[in-house]
Design a protein. Structure first.
Length: 311
């Protein structure tokens, strides 16, 4: 192509006649054929079955941009015309087994007298019956997904309705308040007596029937927040709970942990003494004797003696 007069002797691509006939019956877009020719050039043109080909190379040879190249490759791989290996880099290979290609059919638009641009994957049986499996499966999947979504929404709604907190104006009692809810509120608002506050909330709701709430859990939380900020339930003094006594096993574990931490600190102190210069250690001992008026640690004296021997 350098002189505009290419010759077979300068290099050529060998494609089986059967492959050419299969491609003649198979519908690909113009960009897909452009990419396919580049793959042939980089593989069959060099007597190879597959090769590493970058998107930039294909874009340069076809004049397409990288996004168009990527879309065309994706369609070729989906149709089975090209195989792609992503183990290390993008390695492409033409799939000569045309029976593995996704079968297509071209529908004719009788009203306009032109061929439709869309290709519909099908399976043909005895060249008579054409069943559009792709459209059928897509509709079936969409229908199944809609049914699952409706079922989940109904289930979620039932769970919320059955477990949501409510106040019954007929029985004048709270409903669906669990022990876990009471325990959580008691821990979050320690200055409030939850049972007393719930009675006060119920009396307020009965006194204001026109102010019924849609979200009673939020109503209870807001009430308890205000009560906590005002000092809690009136006449109730908050006394923090006493810690539970240690079991023998817990006491043994605690003492063992404290002993290990003490030994670790002692070893760390010894290593610190060993890293200090001899004169600095002597000055430290002198200051302890002068100001603290207590004997210095014996380990410090032993380290000083050892350093003097080494020197």
């Amino acid at each position: 192509m350098k002189n505009g007069n290419p010759q077979v002797e300068d290099g050529h691509i060998q494609i089986a006649n059967e492959t050419a006939e299969a491609l003649a019956k198979y519908r690909l877009s113009g960009q897909e054929y452009q990419v396919l020719w580049v793959i042939w050039r980089k593989t069959y043109g060099w007597h190879k079955k597959k090769d590493r080909i970058s998107l930039g190379q294909i874009a340069k040879l076809t004049g397409m941009n990288r996004q168009e190249v990527a879309r065309a490759i994706k369609k070729l791989v989906y149709k089975g015309v090209v195989k792609k290996d992503n183990s290390y880099v993008n390695i492409y290979q033409f799939n000569k087994y045309y029976r593995d290609w996704e079968q297509t059919v071209v529908k004719k638009d009788n009203s306009k007298g032109v061929l439709s641009k869309k290709t519909t994957p099908v399976i043909q049986k005895d060249n008579k019956t054409v069943i559009n499996l792709d459209t059928h499966k897509r509709k079936e999947r969409n229908s199944l997904q809609k049914k699952k979504t409706k079922h989940l929404l109904r289930t979620k709604k039932n769970i919320v309705q059955s477990s949501s907190i409510a106040f019954s104006f007929s029985s004048k009692k709270w409903e669906n308040i669990t022990n876990e809810d009471v325990a959580l509120w008691s821990e979050t608002y320690p200055a409030c007596r939850i049972k007393i506050e719930l009675l006060k909330m119920g009396d307020w709701l009965l006194s204001n029937p026109t102010k019924r709430k849609k979200n009673y859990r939020r109503f209870i939380s807001n009430w308890l927040v205000r009560s906590q900020d005002k000092g809690g339930t009136k006449g109730v003094v908050y006394i923090p709970p006493e810690p539970e006594p240690e079991t023998p096993e817990e006491k043994a574990k605690r003492e063992k942990r404290e002993a290990e931490e003490k030994e670790a600190r002692y070893q760390e102190m010894i290593e610190g003494f060993k890293k200090q210069p001899l004169q600095q250690l002597k000055n430290a001992v002198a200051m302890v004797r002068k100001y603290a008026k207590t004997p210095p640690p014996q380990i410090m004296l032993d380290i000083i003696k050892e350093k003097e021997k080494n020197e």
